[in-house]
Ligand binder design. Structure first.
Ligand code: NDP
Ligand code: DGY
Length: 330
């Protein structure tokens, strides 16, 4: 593997990130870092304006790194390192054509994202957001036997779409709640995971028919884009709770709205939407049976710091022509 020409390397960092990330780049003494010094996304035209001649790009999941950006950067660009495990914002084919190496941040965010997924599932199934709002608005009358009842995990069947690192970690956390069956679907059965979780592989249709909780934790690809639309919701139980922590584009949100308002499914919890942020007048936000979080799966202080450092270290390793902690196979 060849790195970039000799240092100092020109690196563009597209956002304010935890100090540990910038610190790792600076401590190397090998980089001239140019940073988009803002908590907001770098506009695409600004990204295009700043990439020419860079050797390394430290980017985020909100940056669209496509052929136009790579062309603007030119042949000096050797390494892209994204501070995310998802890589659907990067045109990997175009990176491959140009011999650009790509780093990402698996594992360090698995626990935080699994915790948030369990929290979102409980908040949705036990109607926590709706119930807390009733306390504030005066809707809490006397204790009523049938008020604010939801779906419990004990004795339930959980179906995971995409049993990868996060899907596994979610199942491991849910099992102690007394889940009876764990089902999963994906491209291939995973015998190791089946042994660890006593899980059963099913085609998507079967999983949707049988699961009380459907948890989506797969990657966004051409095969998973729009996977959850009218047909998928129609196959689910009327009591089913749908959770998505993957990417918003996996769901057709108009169809989800219809499924939630017609009673085709009981409730949905989303950590990811299309677009992000979701406009405050979006119809899904008017529903009491839909809990929406602002993409905070990996948002613990420690996790974000580890992600920032890993992104920097991947970038440096790539520029030096060394193995990265985590590199995408292109
Ligand atoms: P992994 O690669 O470990 O897991 C992804 C899983 O998706 C794999 O098991 C893969 O199966 C499966 N998959 C791929 N194609 C399909 C398909 N067509 N149908 C069903 N499953 C499929 O990644 P992680 O678990 O680390 O992360 C998963 C995703 O979660 C990320 O890509 C990202 O989009 C999202 N994420 C969201 C966060 C948040 O803040 N909400 C935080 C972190 C991640 P196979 O092994 O067979 O390829
Ligand atoms: C990712 O890493 O892909 C998440 O969406 C944010 O941590």
């Amino acid at each position: 593997t060849r790195g970039a020409e000799s240092p100092p390397w020109r690196v563009l960092l597209t956002r304010r990130v935890p100090d540990s990330g910038v610190g790792a780049l600076e401590a190397s003494g090998q980089c001239e870092v140019q940073q988009w010094d803002s908590d907001d996304q770098i506009p695409q035209e600004e990204l295009l304006r700043r990439v020419p001649g860079i050797h390394g790009l430290y980017c985020l999941l909100t940056d669209r790194v496509d052929a136009a950006v790579l062309d603007a950067a030119g042949p000096s660009l050797k390494v892209i390192s994204t501070m995310s495990v998802g890589f659907d914002h990067l045109s990997l084919d175009e990176c491959k054509k140009r011999g650009i190496r790509v780093g990402y941040t698996p594992d360090v965010l698995t626990d935080a994202t699994a915790e948030l997924t369990v929290g979102l599932l409980l908040a949705t199934s036990r109607r926590l957001v709706e119930a807390a709002a009733e306390v504030k608005s005066g809707g809490w009358g006397t204790w009523k036997p049938m008020w604010m009842c939801g779906q419990g995990l004990s004795g339930s069947t959980v179906g995971v779409v995409g049993l990868g690192r996060i899907g596994m970690a979610v199942c491991e956390r849910l099992k102690p709640f007394g889940v009876r069956r764990v089902l999963y679907t994906g491209r291939n059965p995973k015998p190791d995971a089946e042994r660890r979780l006593d899980a059963q592989f099913l085609p998507l249709q079967g999983l949707l028919r049988e699961a009380d909780f459907v948890v989506v934790s797969c990657a966004l690809t051409d095969a998973t884009r729009g996977l959850f639309g009218r047909e998928a919701f129609a196959r689910m139980k009327r009591s089913a709770v749908f959770i998505n922590v993957s990417r918003g584009l996996i769901v057709n949100q108009d169809d989800l709205y219809d499924a939630l308002t017609s009673g085709e499914i009981a409730a949905a919890g989303l950590d990811v939407t299309t677009p992000e942020p979701l406009p405050t007048d979006h119809p899904l936000l008017s529903l009491s049976n839909c809990v929406i979080m602002p993409h905070i799966g990996s948002a613990t202080i420690d996790t974000r710091s580890k992600m920032a450092v890993m992104t920097a270290e991947n970038l440096l390793a790539g520029l030096r022509g060394e193995p990265m902690h985590a590199e995408l196979k292109l």
